[in-house]
Design a protein around this ligand. Structure first.
Ligand code: PSV
Ligand code: MN
Length: 398
């Protein structure tokens, strides 16, 4: 059914307040643990990743910032700050969240902040504190912390000692933050650890964040849950506790699959956004949440896929904003189950695409960002420019 003019107005307002951050690592060649399929157009440098992210923002108008992974994007460490900042300015995006990387170096075989060796814990902490210095220079607000730490066999480590080491390291990190900076603590049930991941679920992330102080919040990566887990309920609880800091969005069918947001279960994404919009309606103010994408594509073209993701996110957010909250609250109070559910379904099945096209038009954007990007010729240009470097990556990989 077509939207009423009041609904279209509400949709346009919702879109004005919605932005989603892109991950730099989503534009480079990545793979599965079995291998990599190299794309000729994939970004081969930090500048190229930022340039590609700039394209996504230029065509969608809703991805103004790029999250950076320190080891991958600042290979020379802090010395790279000026060139990264200049690249962002050149390509019309801002530097977003900073992700320290304490999972790749050889010393982290048995963990980082949870490593039994105090020297390794020190090395990890020092990289995290360097990342805070990068944030100071880039003006980034969020430090996004994910740890691969954990054990893969019973008896491999002391669960409690590791928890205490994490508390210690994260408290020191918290003390280094200033101004409006925050640290977002991400959780993941398994992979790469297969027995006891140190920060395995939202409860653990919550406990650690609480121990650190007010700048620490929980980061919900939608791919980091067990099958059938009710993510929107976690979101509602965190909102109510003022502990939801942000999202890493992706979709999944089995585990941490990194699929396009909303490609498998768009109703789940809608239900997550619904909890946020319902909370906003009740409180009269939107919570301060960082919406970020965390996807890395091997099969789809990376830029096209990010455009598709941004469009899906906008569409599902707008649908959630269109739920008639007053009506829903009244049905809930009276125990009118069918009517309550129908409030959600009516919004979910409404066609918001004309409102999206209108919003884009008002911003000078093409109504169909994907088609406009395809017509721009950017992809064929970068394919030519980068093919050689990417071919070299194939042979060095083999
Ligand atoms: C780990 O699976 C994760 O979700 C973390 O956010 C990492 O920073 C990101 O993916 C890239 O490896
Ligand atoms: Mn993530």
């Amino acid at each position: 059914m077509a939207l009423t003019s009041a609904q279209t107005e509400a949709a346009l307002r919702a879109l004005d307040g919605f932005a989603i951050e892109l991950p730099s690592w989503g534009f480079a060649n990545t793979g599965t643990r079995f291998g990599k399929f190299i794309q000729a157009a994939a970004a081969t440098t930090t500048e190229e990743k930022i340039a590609d992210a700039g394209q996504v923002h230029a065509f969608t108008g809703c991805c103004p910032t790029v999250a950076m992974h320190v080891l991958w994007d600042f290979p020379e460490g802090k010395a790279a700050i000026p060139s990264v900042k200049a690249a962002a300015a050149r390509h019309g995006v801002g530097i977003g969240a900073i992700n320290p990387n304490v999972f790749q170096d050889q010393c982290y075989k048995h963990g980082s902040l949870g490593n039994p060796d105090p020297e390794v814990r020190k090395t990890a902490l020092s990289h995290i504190l360097d990342s805070v210095e990068i944030m100071n220079a880039t003006g980034s607000r969020d430090l996004t912390l994910w740890f691969a730490d954990g054990t893969s066999y019973p008896g491999s480590g002391s669960v409690r000692a590791r928890k205490q080491w994490f508390t210690e390291g994260l408290k020191t990190t918290h003390a280094a933050l200033s101004g409006n900076q925050r640290m977002l603590v991400e959780y993941k049930p398994f992979e790469p650890a297969f027995y006891a991941t140190d920060i395995a679920d939202w409860g653990m992330s919550y406990v650690l964040s609480k121990a650190c102080g007010p700048r620490a919040k929980v980061l919900v990566d939608t791919g980091h849950h067990y099958q059938a887990q009710n993510i929107e309920q976690i979101v509602a609880w965190l909102l109510d506790e003022d502990m939801l800091g942000g999202f890493h969005f992706n979709d999944r069918r089995y585990a941490d699959d990194d699929l396009t947001l909303g490609s498998i279960d768009p109703y789940q994404v809608f239900r997550i956004f619904h909890e946020i919009c319902y909370f906003t309606w009740e409180r009269g103010k939107a919570p301060d949440i960082a919406y970020m994408v965390d996807q890395s594509h091997n099969l789809k073209n990376k830029i096209e896929e990010m455009i598709q993701t941004a469009m899906n996110a906008q569409e599902l957010f707008v649908k959630a904003a269109l739920v008639d909250h007053a009506k829903l609250a009244a049905h809930q109070a009276k125990g009118e189950l069918v009517d309550g559910e129908e409030c959600l379904r009516a919004a979910f099945f409404s066609d918001v695409r004309p409102a999206l096209a209108e919003w884009r038009k008002s911003r000078g954007l093409a109504p169909d960002p994907l088609a406009a990007f395809r017509e721009s010729g950017y992809l064929s240009r970068i394919e030519k420019e980068r093919a050689e470097k990417n071919r070299a990556a194939v042979s060095s990989y083999a």
